[in-house]
Every structure is written in structure tokens, then in C-alpha cells.
Design a protein around this ligand. Structure first.
Ligand SMILES: *[C@@H]1O[C@H](CO)[C@@H](O)[C@H](O)[C@H]1NC(C)=O
Ligand SMILES: *[C@@H]1O[C@H](CO)[C@@H](O)[C@H](O)[C@H]1NC(C)=O
Ligand SMILES: *[C@@H]1O[C@H](CO)[C@@H](O)[C@H](O)[C@H]1NC(C)=O
Length: 170
């Protein structure tokens, strides 16, 4: 291997590492702002090279986070905008917790997202327009925001037939 390809390999590895850490950092930023009475996020160790071995996290074979499943554990606190930077996220299951605050607008960037279940929390505000667009374009197939403190109500009407949106409580 000549020095050019060595240098290339080095930078390629650096790039991969940085990208993976950024997902772990986003999740860890969330963890440190959450109250986790059952310690279900104990395995979320930000010093690991990526979050793929953490409980409640699933990655694809490129070590990108595709699934976050932290439901039914009385987690309280807000959902930070950084979760919207998990570009490969397919499924976000945070239902049956005590999460408060608003649904971050950055969730509109989650173009791979198929499932988003935020039901039975204490979220307020409205569903961001960019998220509504993801539903209309069919990128987000199932979203449940029932049983929160969201303003207004959202109906299935006008969306793709596969979309399930429960009425949000007024
Ligand atoms: C959540 O908290 C409530 C009230 O403190 C408690 O009754 C319930 O058992 C808790 N549920 C879980 C899954 O920890
Ligand atoms: C929706 O998904 C399609 C591919 O299925 C993609 O081309 C498009 O950019 C996505 N749109 C948004 C807003 O994510
Ligand atoms: C949506 O959320 C509500 C409240 O948590 C729940 O009762 C309902 O079963 C959920 N619907 C679907 C389709 O998941």
C-alpha cells in the first residue's frame, strides 16, 4: 500500500468513526437530559465507538442506527432535536412514557422513517409541518401521537391509506 492509499484509508476510517460517534452523541445527549427511573438506558455508554451494542438500539450493517425502542419505562424529559439527525432511522418507539415538550421539527429530516410511535406521553404543541409532509409523501407510514397534550387533532383524511394517525387530544 503506498502512502496515498494509506492516507485515504486513514481519512475514510476517520470519517466513518466520526459519523458513528455523532449518532451515539445524539442519543447520549438525550439520555443525560432524561429521568430514567428504571435505568433502562444504563447500557448507553458514549465512550463506545458506536451505539450499536446499546440496549434498545438497533443498527444496520453499516452501523447506522435504524431503530430506537424505549417504550413503557416512565422516561421523562423532552426529546431533543438531535434525534432528528439519526438519518437512517426507520422506527422510533417512545410510547407509554412521560415525555414532555414538543415534537422536534428536525423529525421532518428523518426520511427513512416508517414507524413513529409517540403515543401516551405528555407531548405538547403541534405536529411539525415537515413531519406532516413525510406522511403525505408516504415516507412515514405509521405515526401514533394519541394520548398526549398536542393541540388540535389530526385525521387520516387526505393521507396515504397505510398511514394510521390517531386523533390527538385537543
Ligand atoms: C411508572 O410510574 C408509575 C407511577 O410512579 C408506576 O405506578 C408504574 O409502575 C411505573 N411503570 C413502569 C413501567 O415503571
Ligand atoms: C420520500 O421517499 C422517497 C423515496 O421513497 C424519496 O425519494 C424522497 O426524497 C422522500 N421524501 C422526503 C421528504 O423524505
Ligand atoms: C395509538 O395510541 C393509543 C394510545 O396509546 C393506543 O390506545 C392505540 O392502540 C394506538 N394505536 C395503534 C394503531 O397503535
Amino acid at each position: 500500500m503506498n502512502s496515498h492509499s494509506m492516507a485515504f484509508l486513514f481519512f475514510a476510517l476517520l470519517l466513518v468513526t466520526v459519523e458513528c460517534n455523532s449518532e451515539g452523541d445524539a442519543l447520549n445527549a438525550w439520555k443525560i437530559n432524561l429521568a430514567d427511573p428504571n435505568n433502562v438506558l444504563q447500557s448507553w455508554d458514549p465512550t463506545l465507538v458506536n451505539p450499536c451494542t446499546w440496549f434498545h438500539i438497533t443498527c444496520n450493517n453499516m452501523n447506522s442506527v435504524i431503530r430506537v425502542e424505549a417504550f413503557g419505562n416512565n422516561l421523562s424529559g423532552s426529546i431533543p432535536r438531535e434525534i432528528g439527525y439519526l438519518n437512517h432511522l426507520i422506527s422510533l418507539d417512545l410510547y407509554n412514557n412521560q415525555l414532555s415538550g414538543v415534537i422536534p421539527r428536525t423529525f421532518g429530516n428523518l426520511k427513512s422513517l416508517i414507524f413513529m410511535r409517540l403515543n401516551s406521553n405528555k407531548l405538547k404543541g403541534t405536529i411539525p409541518d415537515k413531519v406532516i409532509k413525510l406522511i403525505q409523501f408516504g415516507n412515514l407510514s405509521i405515526m401514533n401521537v394519541s394520548d398526549n397534550l398536542l393541540a388540535g387533532s389530526v385525521h387520516r383524511h387526505g393521507f396515504a391509506t397505510t398511514t394510521i394517525i390517531q386523533d390527538a387530544k385537543a
